[in-house]
Write a protein that binds this ligand. Structure first.
Ligand SMILES: [Zn+2]
Length: 101
């Protein structure tokens, strides 16, 4: 049985929006029938405000998991995560790069 997942929200200019990753859009929480695609002008504005809010939030910890095996790679604030190159040692295989280096 599927339990409905509560959507994350974010704020931009005093308005709160749902973040719908599945539909790739924002929706004002008081007017959820209005859809704002992530890649629209307004959507990008909200994304930027959201990222800024996350960067300035030093209390919320985010988990970074490997998209392949789901292993927890790092847990920390967005600021910490942004400053790091995080990769999974289990799934990262040394590839032959023809360009060398
Ligand atoms: Zn992995």
């Amino acid at each position: 049985m599927n339990t409905p997942r509560r959507l994350e929200t974010t704020r931009c200019k005093g308005q709160e929006y749902f973040i719908d990753d599945r539909l790739q859009e924002y929706r004002p929480i008081d007017k959820p029938f209005i859809s704002i695609p992530f890649n629209s002008e307004k959507g990008i504005e909200i994304s930027e405000a959201d990222m800024l809010m996350r960067l300035n939030d030093h209390t919320t910890k985010y988990e970074v998991r490997c998209t392949k095996c789901g292993k927890l790679l790092f847990e920390g604030t967005m600021m910490e995560i942004r400053g790091m190159i995080i990769y999974c040692t289990e799934c990262t295989v040394k590839r032959k790069d023809p360009s060398g280096d």
